[in-house]
Ligand binder design. Structure first.
Ligand SMILES: NC(=O)c1ccc[n+]([C@@H]2O[C@H](COP(=O)([O-])OP(=O)(O)OC[C@H]3O[C@@H](n4cnc5c(N)ncnc54)[C@H](OP(=O)(O)O)[C@@H]3O)[C@@H](O)[C@H]2O)c1
Length: 364
């Protein structure tokens, strides 16, 4: 066993070999494939069904895009099957794990927790078996960071969802995992992070790190990226003049990040000489201009899409929000910008590209 965990020697470049991406057909995974190919990488795109055109055609089309010097090949695997990725990862220099069954199909909270945690354990076991992987980048979530704090508190990568400073009802604890889906999801991401850092440290041949996205929006590549639970789907509903239904009165603080920036951060993390085992990067707004209450998002959508007559959103009273929104979560992707050199889209570019992709795909 070679001890590399405390050095930066595992940083990869495209000459080191292919990079595998799980969840490659998904919203974030597809942009990770696109970004890697833009940098000339050969990508092993891990999908569940290589014969489903709705999920893979947009990936295969990237091979015909002359702006993308890299190449993509499809590999079939299932996150619930142990050893499913052993052959696929063999020969890869890095694995980006963006796949997940996120648990909106009537699973119990315990099933959400066990599912997420088990999937990550299967994937990292295949990473260890490969013997060639030097970097493992896990798509965790801001859920692994956020927890009850006073309004306006700015979260950083030092925060963990189990911190429970205020200790109020629904606290983010191990005992509460079976009681609440959001707690189960958050605790699964946080505990999976801890597991991968520990396993990488013990193995010594690779380093593990995590990207923690907040409200991901931005262009959709195909109709399948319009999943009912997703933030982009909420934007579609607002553009269709419908009220925002996921929170009471439609009130929420949207802390937006562009899916293309989230994707790029994964690659930069694998290539970074500064990132090391245990590094985690919040991917959220880069400054307060990307943090919008629902009514502010509505106004922005109206400005960017003046041809649309009615934009839906939160309950308003004489042009003002009917009730005040709790001011959380505040967080900025400053560490990713500083350490990884990430540059980001402006909020207007992101929102416009989201709506334009819905128009292109024929949803609006
Ligand atoms: N979107 C956000 O706002 C956000 C925010 C924070 C964190 N995240 C995290 O980012 C990751 C990707 O999210 P996303 O928005 O891109 O979701 P998505 O579009 O639903 O993509 C999920 C991917 O996982 C794959 N998958 C699901 N179950 C699988 C299984 N049993 N075996 C193999 N593959 C499986 C799906 O494949 P199929 O195409 O075959 O279904 C799909 O490619 C998730 O870990 C999520 O928790 C997302």
């Amino acid at each position: 066993m070679t001890e590399t965990s405390n050095t930066s020697s595992t940083a990869i470049s495209r000459s080191d070999g292919p990079v595998a991406v799980t969840g490659a057909s998904g919203y974030i995974g597809s942009w990770i494939v696109h970004d890697l190919m833009g940098q000339g990488y050969n990508v092993r795109a891990c999908v569940r069904d290589a014969r489903n055109p709705d999920k893979v055609d947009h990936l295969l089309a990237m091979n015909d895009n002359t702006d993308l010097p890299g190449h993509v090949e499809l590999f079939v695997g299932d996150l619930f099957k142990p050893g499913s990725y052993d052959e696929t990862f063999n020969g890869c220099c890095a694995v980006i794990h963006a796949g997940a069954s996120v648990g909106y199909n009537k699973e119990t909270p315990q099933q959400v927790y066990d599912g997420c945690f088990t999937e990550v354990r299967h994937v990292i076991t295949s990473v260890i078996r490969s013997g060639t992987v030097k970097r493992f980048v896990f798509t965790s979530s801001f859920a692994a960071v956020g927890h009850p704090r006073p309004a306006g508190y700015v979260f950083t990568e030092k925060d963990w969802c189990g911190d429970n400073i205020e200790g109020y009802r629904g606290a983010w604890t191990e005992e509460n995992i079976p009681k609440n889906r959001d707690i189960a999801y958050a605790m699964a991401k946080a505990n999976a992070e801890r597991m991968i850092y520990k396993m990488a440290e013990q193995d010594g041949r690779f380093q593990a790190m995590a990207i923690l996205p907040l409200h991901v929006i931005g262009p959709l590549m195909c109709a399948n990226h319009d999943q009912g639970w997703s933030w982009q789907n909420c934007i579609r509903f607002m553009l269709q003049g419908k009220g925002y239904k996921k929170s009471k009165g439609g009130r929420m603080l949207w802390n937006n990040v562009d899916v293309r920036d989230v994707a790029k951060a994964h690659r930069l993390c694998a290539e970074s000489g500064k990132a090391r085992n245990g590094s985690r990067y919040i991917l959220s707004a880069s400054d307060p201009s990307g943090e919008l209450f629902t009514w502010e998002l509505q106004n922005k959508l109206q400005t960017l899409f003046p041809e649309i007559q009615e934009i839906g959103g939160e309950h308003m009273d004489n042009g003002k929000p009917a009730e005040e929104t709790y001011d959380s979560p505040r967080a900025y992707c400053s560490l990713a910008r500083q350490e990884l050199g990430l540059t980001t889209y402006s909020i207007d570019e992101t929102i416009k590209a989201t709506g334009d992709s819905y128009i292109r795909l024929g949803f609006l």
